[in-house]
Design a protein around this ligand. Structure first.
Ligand code: SF4
Ligand code: F3S
Ligand code: FES
Length: 232
């Protein structure tokens, strides 16, 4: 089948403004949007720039706006978005070129919540044990691949880039509710700041955008509840 792919293009070295490139591509309906982008880059316009690595929904590098929704290009089937496919870079982060955005502001928020195990107690002779019930409390938020689809679909983040954003809260949740970790109070203090978790207005765009189907808004609500009961 033939599809039309409209791509928002921008090269800061030669374009004053972004512009729309339009490409006709012959694809199978079970191809993914990433296949169409590859076809354009390899056979029609080698200057088209986008990120991708695994091609199978694991690395999180090819999040972009497809027909107005944040998606991984490698997970969207052509038949679900044809015949006209509009592809844009993620919103809320500076565009470096075409579909590539600067992820540094996103990763700065990620680092701010200390996304690593904090525990200075002497380690036990073997592993730090945890029951299945304790593990279940944060199982969902371990699935995050840091694609940024959630944070860059959040109107609160578009309005104010200083908002830590749903992805960082997901990462904080993963450790706050881990029985082996001792840094929960520190992370809750960070998330209690003016640009922390309270900027979330429960809009749910993040949950709808997540390619890992993480219940992000629920995780955010659990962090808010923990803050209320921690009396910080
Ligand atoms: Fe991506 Fe989901 Fe992680 Fe957000 S929570 S960064 S959408 S995987
Ligand atoms: Fe934004 Fe998700 Fe909250 S879209 S406002 S972080 S529920
Ligand atoms: Fe790795 Fe799509 S290319 S998630």
């Amino acid at each position: 089948m033939e599809v039309t792919v409209r791509i928002k293009r921008y090269d800061p070295e030669k374009d004053g403004e972004p512009w729309w490139g339009e490409y006709k591509v012959e694809v199978d309906e079970t191809d993914r949007v990433l296949d169409a982008l590859h076809y354009i880059k390899w056979y029609q316009d080698g200057t088209l720039t986008f990120r991708r690595s695994c091609g199978h929904g694991i690395c999180g590098s090819d999040a972009m706006r497809i027909n107005g929704y944040n998606r991984l290009a490698c997970k969207v089937l052509i038949r679900d978005v044809a015949p006209v496919i509009t592809v844009e870079p993620l919103l809320g982060l500076p565009v470096i070129k075409d579909l590539v955005v600067d992820m540094e502001p996103f990763f700065a928020h990620y680092r701010a919540v200390m996304p690593w195990l904090i525990n200075d107690e002497p380690p036990p002779p073997r592993e730090r044990l945890q029951s299945p019930e304790e593990r279940e409390l944060f199982d969902d938020t371990t699935k995050c691949i840091l694609c940024a689809a959630c944070t860059t679909s959040c109107p609160a983040f578009w309005l104010r880039g200083e908002y830590v954003g749903p992805a960082a809260i997901v990462q904080a949740h993963r450790f706050i509710f881990d029985s082996r970790d001792r840094g929960a109070v520190q992370r809750l203090e960070i998330l209690n700041a003016p640009d922390g978790v309270w900027r979330c207005r429960t809009i749910f765009n993040c949950t709808n955008a997540c390619p890992r189907e993480i219940e992000i808004t629920k995780a955010i609500a659990e962090v808010k509840k923990a803050l209320i009961f921690s009396r910080l």
